[in-house]
Design a protein around this ligand. Structure first.
Ligand code: GLP
Length: 244
């Protein structure tokens, strides 16, 4: 779905999320959202905050699972996804703290495996992700599933691609400060979501969007696996769709 602007596209995605939250509230049922970080979804989160403040949209029945976190990473660091999500969404809405899940960048290495298994189990126990929000990296990554990630991969510790570390360098005041690893939900974890919105804005994403949407399904472009998802909508602005 191609919109003139990323703003219009973001309002569309936020409205879809809000509609599901309201429908589930009527039935007294929870909603499970898979959430992404990066610049792409910030406007969606801003719209949701606006709906909370102006229209009283409540998040009390919402559970969230973030896709990824750098490893190692302290939650109060400038670059942590815990901090990012607080600033852009969680600190401004009425979601219960215990409903928020973000991969833990503070764990000792020997505990990461168990943490990742528990993360998957927690999602499954809540009935799975209803809506997964995604951005896309220049390597074709979703979450931090870099080229080489398999279709069935689950939550795990991964090594970041050089391109991804270069793209993150300005956030970390230099490439040498960007962590080499991250904990990410897998391609398989994302594929289990009932509905996926993959968003991309700007001409910098046009080339990778063409590969993800029209190229062969390959682990060299992990987002291309979404071509096999039964309900994935790629939400674009004019610029990111310019090579399609
Ligand atoms: C990071 C995140 C991804 C995100 C990507 C794109 O690598 N881990 O989930 O999709 O960046 O970032 P941006 O939206 O800033 O272009």
């Amino acid at each position: 779905k191609i919109f003139n602007t990323s703003e219009q596209a973001s309002i569309f995605v936020a409205t879809e999320i809000a509609a599901l939250i309201k429908a589930r509230q009527q039935e007294n049922k929870p909603v499970v959202l898979g959430l992404a970080t990066g610049s792409t979804p910030t406007r969606v989160y801003a719209e949701l905050v606006k709906m909370h403040k102006k229209e009283g949209l409540s998040f009390r029945n919402v559970h969230t699972f973030n896709l990824d976190e750098y490893y190692p990473m302290q939650p109060d660091s400038l670059q942590s996804y815990v901090r990012f999500m607080g600033e852009h969404l969680f600190d401004h809405i009425d979601i219960p703290k215990q409903n928020i899940n973000i991969p833990d960048g503070t764990l000792p290495k020997e505990k990461v495996g168990d943490f990742c298994r528990d993360y998957e189990k927690k999602i499954d126990d809540l009935g799975g992700i209803d809506i997964q929000v995604l951005g896309i990296g220049r390597t074709g990554h979703i979450g931090f599933n870099e080229p080489g990630s398999t279709e069935r991969s689950l939550t795990r510790l991964v090594t970041l691609d050089q391109v991804t570390r270069i793209d993150a360098a300005s956030d970390f005041f230099g490439e040498e400060n960007v962590p080499r690893k991250a904990i990410t939900m897998g391609v398989g974890s994302i594929m289990k979501a009932r509905k996926v919105f993959m968003m991309a804005w700007g001409e910098g994403k046009a080339a990778v969007i063409k590969k993800a949407v029209e190229g062969p399904v390959t682990d060299q472009i992990p987002s291309s696996f979404l071509q096999k998802h039964p309900d994935c909508l790629v939400v674009l602005d004019e610029a990111s769709s310019s090579e399609l």
